[in-house]
Design a protein around this ligand. Sequence first.
Ligand SMILES: Nc1nc2c(ncn2[C@@H]2O[C@H](COP(=O)(O)OP(=O)(O)OP(=O)(O)O)[C@@H](O)[C@H]2O)c(=O)[nH]1
Ligand SMILES: [Mg+2]
Length: 298
Amino acid sequence: MGFFDKIKQGLEKTRKQMSEAFAALTVDNEEFFEELEEALILADAGADTAVKAVDELRGVVYQKSLYGGEQVKGALVDILAERLNVGDTGLKLDTKPSVILMVGVNGVGKTTTIGKLAAKYTAEGKKVLLAAADTFRAAAAEQLTVWSERAGCEIVKHGEGSDPGAVVFDAISAAKARGTDIVIIDTAGRLHNKANLMNELAKIHRIITRELPEAALETLMVIDATTGQNGLIQAKQFADTADITGIVLTKLDGTAKGGIVFAIAREMGVPVKYVGVGEGVDDLMPFEPKAFAEALLS
Ligand SMILES: Nc1nc2c(ncn2[C@@H]2O[C@H](COP(=O)(O)OP(=O)(O)OP(=O)(O)O)[C@@H](O)[C@H]2O)c(=O)[nH]1
Ligand SMILES: [Mg+2]
């Protein structure tokens, strides 16, 4: 299944809301615009995005005398895609080694996303090394080990309760010694308290930039789409600590809140780079604004 179909399937619930709005288009334009705005808000796009996108669409529809579902959809796709264009959606991993640091609150899908990325890059012939820097729970390293075996890549781990910074240090040393292409670091989503967690992340970040000052570093914030606006509020607190370079939006399958991508683009100002559309190893898709907007309205 290609990008478009996977996304389409994942966005089924959000798409349903949008297509109900489009059903009103044939009845009366004003009713359609109202329903569209409501559908966008229901999809958690945020009131600001909903109002502005619909205003813009209203202007284009009247100005260009657009007529019928397909023409209006085409215009809306362009408007929505434009709102998602907040930066390069590709991962910049052009040094050897380069580093991906995965952060986010507990349960959002950090470890799973790392597993999927590890499998993808390993299949592309890259030498990948995972760093199990979530030492808070013993199960965390075990879960990452399973993914490393599945992907066929290496892993560096220490015992439960050990210093995450030490894991990162060891992983980087190993990467330098072994000619690793990509180091992917898993972090805890929860510690004894939040200050603790933020300190830990800051420390990990310092170790990476000290040990690999020239390396390409992607700090990816993972957000669970099913938590909608709440997830975004939590994510913003993390963003204050870590220098986020991209977002991974997980669990887009089975949520009616797919519109959250618009709120993320607007409020984080950082591009969504990947989306998770399931628990399987292949269920991670590079994010493409236009294809996403098209899938949303298809
Ligand atoms: N449906 C669906 N489930 C997902 C997706 N990504 C992750 N999950 C599931 O979400 C749950 C939590 O995923 P983890 O990868 O363990 O999350 P985490 O952020 O590492 O969690 P902590 O280590 O506790 O902070 C697991 O059951 C995953 O299978 C996705 O894109 N779609
Ligand atoms: Mg985890």
